[in-house]
Every structure is written in structure tokens, then in C-alpha cells.
Design a protein around this ligand. Structure first.
Ligand code: AMP
Length: 225
């Protein structure tokens, strides 16, 4: 079976986590989310978590030294041997170069860079109303578009729902600026190497998922030829 080495990128709130969760099941790939890894470190109170939290709360990127080694090690793990779905990494050209080098030293390469596009105004509406389960960050709700049955309580496991510290409006604006200045250049970067695939993230989650799944299934077929 051919490998599926995928990255999923796009502005914060584009639906990367939701789509990654579904694709993980469709294609049996480990979902590696740098944001989730960092938030787990924060809640465990590790030194790395304490260092990262300052940047995360301000909506800024955590320094590359902290993150690059963590992810390049992770893609070399046994469960990522047949592929992975990276969500939230790379976020700038330096990280993209580091990933390409790490893969090349493993004699592997990226299969595709999946971009989910959503305009800024829609992002602000989405993120300001987002609520996440304290126990499982993939249980995600929205106060208007996808409310839980009981306010503030996760439908799936009964845990409390909270607003992420970085989902406050002023932090969202900073995260969008960081996205436009640092991550958006990756669109050209991956387009040049023929790896870019674009998806309209303003569509409903089922439609976005159907498009991405069809694209990834085609890529897998092409890789195996
Ligand atoms: P996310 O859940 O992907 O939106 O990530 C939340 C926060 O974690 C970001 O705003 C950054 O502060 C930090 N973060 C996540 N991934 C990265 C990365 N690849 N490089 C630097 N910082 C990151």
C-alpha cells in the first residue's frame, strides 16, 4: 500500500480539526495536530507547555525551535509509517523546509497539501462562538450553529465545554494576521511543487469532507500506480 503523507492547512477556524477527524477514520491515518499537542502540554503543566502558553494566548506562533523537532520526530514514529495527517504544521516556510528535509531523510515525500479556505469575517464568527470539550478537544460545538443539547455540557461525554483562551475576538484578529503574513505564503510554496489542493471551507462540513475524501482517494490511487 502506498503512503499518504498529508498536511491540512488554512486559517484558524477553517474546520481543519473536524475534517482531520473524519479523514483519520476514512484512511486510517494518525492525526497529528500541533495545537492539540501543545494544549495537552499546557494542561499537564510541562515546561514546554508553560513556554508555549504565552505565545498561544497572544495568538502568536510558538518558536520554531520548540515545535520543529517535536513534529519531525513524530512523523518518524511507527504508527505514521504508512502516512499521517498533519494539522497545524507547517505554519511558515521554515517549518515547511524542515518537514521536507525530515521526510527526505526517511526517503519519503509529501503526498499533498490540502488547503481549506474561508474568508476572515466568517472565521471571526465561527471562532468567537466555538466551545470545546475540556476532556476531548475533538468534541467541538458552536453556540449558534451547532449548540450542545444542554448549555455548556458536552453531548458526547458530559464534560464541561469551554471557550479556548485564544478564541477571544482580539486574539482571533492576531491569529488571522499571523496566518496571512506567515502561513499564507505556503500556498505559493506548495503550488509550485504541484502539491496544493484547494477546498472551499464555507461549504458545510459534510460537503467539504466529501470533496477532500474524493481528492485523497484519487491521490492514493495515483501514488499506487
Ligand atoms: P491551532 O489549534 O492549530 O490553531 O493552534 C493553536 C496555537 O498553537 C497557535 O495559535 C500557535 O500559538 C500554536 N501552534 C500550533 N501549531 C503551531 C506551529 N506549527 N508553529 C507554531 N505555533 C503553533
Amino acid at each position: 500500500m502506498s503512503e499518504l503523507n498529508l498536511i491540512l492547512f488554512g486559517p484558524p477556524g477553517a474546520g481543519k480539526g473536524t475534517q482531520a477527524d473524519r479523514l483519520r477514520e476514512d484512511f486510517q491515518l494518525p492525526h497529528i495536530s500541533t495545537g492539540d499537542i501543545l494544549r495537552a502540554q499546557v494542561s499537564e503543566g510541562t515546561a514546554l507547555g508553560t513556554e508555549a502558553k504565552r505565545f498561544m494566548d497572544a495568538g502568536k506562533l510558538v518558536p520554531d525551535e520548540v515545535i520543529v523537532g517535536m513534529i519531525t520526530d513524530r512523523v518518524a514514529d511507527g504508527d505514521a509509517r504508512d502516512g499521517f495527517l498533519l494539522d497545524g504544521f507547517p505554519r511558515n516556510e521554515h517549518q515547511a523546509d524542515a518537514l521536507a528535509e525530515a521526510l527526505s531523510s526517511l526517503e519519503r515525500h509529501l503526498t499533498a497539501a490540502l488547503l481549506i479556505e474561508v474568508p476572515d469575517d466568517e472565521i471571526v464568527r465561527r471562532l468567537a462562538g466555538r466551545r470545546v470539550c475540556v476532556k476531548n478537544p475533538s468534541h467541538i460545538y458552536h453556540v449558534d450553529f451547532d449548540p450542545p443539547k444542554h448549555e455548556g455540557v458536552c453531548d458526547q461525554d458530559g464534560s464541561r465545554l469551554l471557550q479556548r483562551d485564544d478564541d477571544r475576538e482580539e486574539t482571533i484578529r492576531t491569529r488571522l494576521e499571523v496566518y496571512h503574513s506567515q502561513t499564507e505564503p505556503l500556498i505559493g510554496y506548495y503550488d509550485e511543487s504541484g502539491l496544493l489542493r484547494r477546498f472551499d471551507g464555507t461549504r458545510g462540513p459534510d460537503e467539504v469532507h466529501a470533496h477532500i475524501r474524493a481528492t485523497v482517494a484519487t491521490l492514493r490511487l495515483e501514488e499506487s500506480l
